[in-house]
Design a protein around this ligand. Structure first.
Ligand SMILES: NC(=O)c1ccc[n+]([C@@H]2O[C@H](COP(=O)([O-])OP(=O)(O)OC[C@H]3O[C@@H](n4cnc5c(N)ncnc54)[C@H](O)[C@@H]3O)[C@@H](O)[C@H]2O)c1
Length: 435
C-alpha cells in the first residue's frame, strides 16, 4: 500500500517506519524543515530503541521517504495518517487546531478516494469534526475518516507497534475497515485482535485506557504513602495484590508520579470532556490531584532530611527523562523535583543517558550536567534517583559512597533493596517502604 503520515514525531515516525517495514511505501510529512532535512540525511531525530535499524533499512531499500510538501506527500497515498500534536489547550481540553488545519489543507488537495486516519489522541467527536472540514470542499465519496488510536509506549515503541496487544479501528465504513484490516494484518499474525467499532467508541477507548493506567499509578502512590505511615512495605503489598489475576502485575509500581506527553494531557482532556458533558467524573479529578502531590514527594523528603535549609547542599540527580529508554522530558517528574530543589536553594548535578540535551534547553547553566552517573555524585550531599534506567540498577555502591559527601540516597523508583542499602551503610529513603 502507499501510505502518508502527517506529523513525524514519536508516533508518526514509528508508525511510518513500521508500515514501511511490512512492505508498504510510506511518505512522512512534517512542517519542521530541520527535522525533515535530518531524516533525509539518514538521521533519526528521536531516541527510540530499535528505530534506527528499521529506519536505515527502509530508507535504503526505498520504502520510506520524507518531505515538507503535504500535497506531494499525500498525492499517491491510499491512507493518510494524522499523527499530529494534540496538546492541552488553555482550558485543558485537547487542542485540535493542528488536526483541523491539516484537514482543511487536505480538502483542497485530495482528488481520489483516501482513508484519513486520526492516529493522534483526540476527544470523542473529533472524527466528525474532521469529516465536516473535509466535506466543505470534497465530495463525500472521496474519503472516509477513521479513528485508529495508538497505544505504543515510548521506550518500547517499535516493539509495541510491531506486536500490538490489539488494534482499534473506529469507522462505520466497511470499505475503510477492510483497508485498515489489510494494512494491520501482518502485525497481528499471532492472533491479537483487530477490534472494529464505531468512531466515538474508538476515540473513547484511548482516553479510557490511558486514564485507567494513570489511575492505577495514582492509586498505588496513595497505597505507598499510607504504607509509610503504617510501617507496611508497598513492595510486598504490590506482589500480594498483583498476583491476583483480576488485578495483574503491571502498572502497580509507586514512584514519583506519572509524566510524559500522554498521561497528564489525556487525563486532563478526559476530565474536560466529562465537564463539558456535565458529568462529574470524580475519580479522574483525584487521579490528577494525587499525581501533582506525588511529583513533590521526593523533593519534600530531601528537604525534610536536610532540615529545610538546603542552600549549601548539592543534590545529584540520576534520571531526567519521564521514563527509561527515551529522551522525552515532557511533563517529566524530574523537572518538578529539580524546580523544587532549586527553589529551596540546592545546587543540582544531573545525569541521564539520553535526555540531557532536552533538559539543557530548559535550564541552561542553572544546573550542572554530567557525563556519567559517578561524576554527578562526586562531592554531592545526596543522590536522588528519579528515572529507573537499567544502568542505575547495579551501580558501584562503594564508589558512590566514596564520592558522596555523606552516604545518602533518595530513591524515587524503589530500585534498591532497603536492607542491602542499610548494610552498605547508606541512609536510604524510598517510596512506601520502611527505610
Ligand atoms: N508519544 C507517545 O507515546 C504517544 C502514544 C500514543 C499516542 N500519542 C498521540 O499521538 C499524537 C502525536 O504525538 P507525538 O508524541 O508523536 O507528538 P510529537 O510532538 O513528537 O510529533 C508531532 C509532529 O507533528 C509535526 N507537525 C506539527 N504540525 C504539523 C503540520 N501542520 N504538518 C505536518 N507536521 C506537523 C511536528 O513538527 C512534530 O514533528 C498526539 O495526539 C499524542 O497524544 C502519543
Amino acid at each position: 500500500m502507499k501510505i502518508a503520515v502527517v506529523g513525524t514525531g514519536y508516533v508518526g515516525l514509528v508508525t511510518g517506519t513500521c508500515f514501511a517495514e511490512t512492505g508498504n511505501t510510506v511518505t512522512c510529512i512534517d512542517i519542521d524543515v530541520e527535522k525533515v532535512a535530518k531524516m533525509k540525511d539518514g538521521e533519526v531525530p528521536i531516541y527510540e530503541p530499535g528505530l534506527e535499524l528499521l529506519f536505515e533499512r527502509n530508507t535504503r531499500q526505498g520504502r520510506l521517504f520524507f518531505t515538507t510538501d503535504l500535497a506531494a506527500g499525500v498525492k499517491d497515498a491510499q491512507i493518510i495518517f494524522l499523527a499530529l500534536p494534540t496538546p492541552p489547550g488553555e482550558n485543558g481540553s485537547a487542542d485540535l487546531s493542528y488536526i483541523l488545519s491539516v484537514a482543511e489543507d487536505l480538502s483542497g488537495i485530495i482528488t481520489d478516494y483516501k482513508v484519513i486516519v486520526d492516529k493522534s489522541t483526540v476527544p470523542v467527536g473529533t472524527a466528525e469534526k474532521v469529516e465536516k472540514v473535509l466535506s466543505r470542499k470534497l465530495d463525500r465519496s472521496l474519503f472516509d475518516v477513521v479513528s485508529n488510536p495508538e497505544f505504543l509506549r515510548e521506550g518500547v515503541a517499535v516493539e509495541d507497534f510491531l506486536k500490538p496487544d490489539r488494534v482499534v479501528i473506529g469507522t462505520s465504513s466497511e470499505k475503510a475497515a477492510d483497508i485498515m484490516r489489510t494494512l494491520y494484518k501482518p502485525f497481528v499474525m499471532q492472533g491479537n485482535p483487530i477490534i472494529v467499532m464505531d468512531v466515538r467508541s474508538a476515540e473513547m477507548t484511548k482516553y479510557a485506557a490511558n486514564s485507567y493506567l494513570a489511575a492505577r499509578i495514582s492509586f498505588m502512590n496513595e497505597i505507598a504513602n499510607l504504607c509509610e505511615k503504617l510501617g507496611a512495605n508497598v513492595d510486598m503489598v504490590r506482589k500480594g495484590m498483583g498476583s491476583d489475576t483480576r488485578i495483574g502485575k503491571r502498572f502497580l509500581f509507586p514512584g514519583v508520579g506519572y509524566g510524559g506527553s500522554c498521561f497528564p494531557k489525556d487525563v486532563k482532556a478526559l476530565s474536560k470532556t466529562a465537564e463539558e458533558s456535565s458529568y462529574d467524573f470524580k475519580i479522574i479529578k483525584s487521579v490528577m490531584e494525587v499525581n501533582d502531590l506525588q511529583k513533590k514527594r521526593l523533593s519534600q523528603k530531601i528537604i525534610a532530611y536536610f532540615g529545610k535549609d538546603i542552600r549549601d547542599k548539592t543534590i545529584a540527580v540520576w534520571g531526567l527523562a519521564f521514563k527509561p529508554n527515551t529522551d522525552d522530558i515532557r511533563e517529566a517528574p524530574a523537572l518538578t523535583i529539580i524546580d523544587d530543589l532549586l527553589t529551596a536553594g540546592a545546587d543540582i548535578k544531573a545525569f541521564d543517558p539520553e535526555a540531557i540535551a532536552n533538559v539543557e534547553k530548559i535550564y541552561g547553566d542553572k544546573i550542572s550536567f554530567c557525563d556519567s552517573p559517578y561524576e554527578a555524585v562526586y562531592q554531592a550531599d545526596a543522590l536522588a534517583i528519579i528515572t529507573e534506567w537499567s544502568v542505575f540498577r547495579t551501580p558501584d555502591f562503594d564508589k558512590i559512597k566514596e564520592f558522596l559527601v555523606s552516604p545518602v540516597i533518595f530513591d524515587g523508583r524503589n530500585i534498591y533493596d532497603p536492607d542491602v542499602m542499610k548494610d552498605l551503610g547508606f541512609h536510604y529513603e524510598s517510596i512506601g517502604r520502611p527505610g
